[in-house]
Design a protein around this ligand. Structure first.
Ligand SMILES: NC(=O)c1ccc[n+]([C@@H]2O[C@H](COP(=O)([O-])OP(=O)(O)OC[C@H]3O[C@@H](n4cnc5c(N)ncnc54)[C@H](OP(=O)(O)O)[C@@H]3O)[C@@H](O)[C@H]2O)c1
Length: 216
């Protein structure tokens, strides 16, 4: 578990309460030197790395013609360049062990377009392709690389935006055939599958867990 917020520290504590080991660490995906500290720190704390779940992302909304180069660069730096750097750092460790699972979190917006999120969509569309590329290159090393594409789900990423734009929230909900937004719990099953031996013969895939939004 690695990122910058105190909330992650609380989540790690909640895991430890259940008699499991967990540790929160600061990580800035924009900085390769920050990522470089992660692998040795995890190795020291837990002995090895088996699984990477990359669920990091930021969003800046607005019509394409109004998006600033700075906002575009910020999304690319975290969502796509950061994903590449993180997968590369952990992948080197998994290659050495000849075993491992990587799960990238992309978005249904990689296929299902939504207004005023175009630049974010481009970063998310890069993740399934990065996942396929890594899956092919690292298959000989016994590493499975897959992705999950969630539907809109109320989290810190969009809570305030949806509060301020109820019409957008309504449109997003109506765009999902199963009739509701996603909930964090909706992604647990596929994440556990992709992190477990049950998916040993699956690689390079992106699972749309999106209430059917990609059907229309
Ligand atoms: N929520 C949705 O509707 C939705 C839909 C489809 C896909 N997704 C994707 O799901 C993933 C998780 O998002 P979420 O909805 O759970 O949003 P979230 O609660 O905002 O989580 C995003 C995480 O990314 C971390 N982060 C941001 N910048 C970082 C950086 N430079 N270095 C390291 N960590 C950084 C954040 O840490 P801090 O809290 O410390 O900033 C936070 O833990 C993202 O990839 C997102 O694109 C979300």
């Amino acid at each position: 578990m690695a990122n910058s917020s105190p909330e992650q520290g609380e989540r790690a504590a909640a895991i430890r309460v259940q008699d499991r080991q967990a540790r929160a660490m600061f990580l800035d995906l924009r900085r390769p030197e920050s990522i470089a500290e992660l692998v040795p720190a995890v190795r020291q704390a837990f002995g090895r790395i088996d699984i990477l779940v990359n669920s990091v992302g930021i969003i800046r909304r607005g019509p394409i013609e109004a998006v600033s180069p700075e906002d575009r660069d910020a999304m690319m730096a975290v969502n796509l360049r950061g994903a590449f750097l993180l997968c590369r750092a952990v992948g080197r460790e998994l290659i050495a062990r000849k075993h491992g699972k990587i799960v990238n979190v992309s978005s249904n917006i990689s296929q299902v377009l939504q207004p005023h999120r175009g630049t974010y969509a481009v970063t998310q569309a890069g993740l399934p392709h990065l996942t396929r590329v890594l899956a092919l290159e690292w298959a000989p090393h016994g590493i499975n690389v897959n992705a999950i594409a969630p539907a809109p789900t109320i989290t810190e990423l969009n809570r305030k935006f949806f509060e301020d734009h109820p019409e957008d929230l309504k449109a997003r909900t109506q765009s999902i055939p199963l009739g509701r937004l996603g909930a964090p719990e909706d992604y647990v099953g596929v994440a556990v599958f992709l992190a477990s031996r049950a998916s040993d013969f699956v690689t390079g895939q992106t699972y749309f867990v999106d209430g059917g939004s990609n059907l229309i």
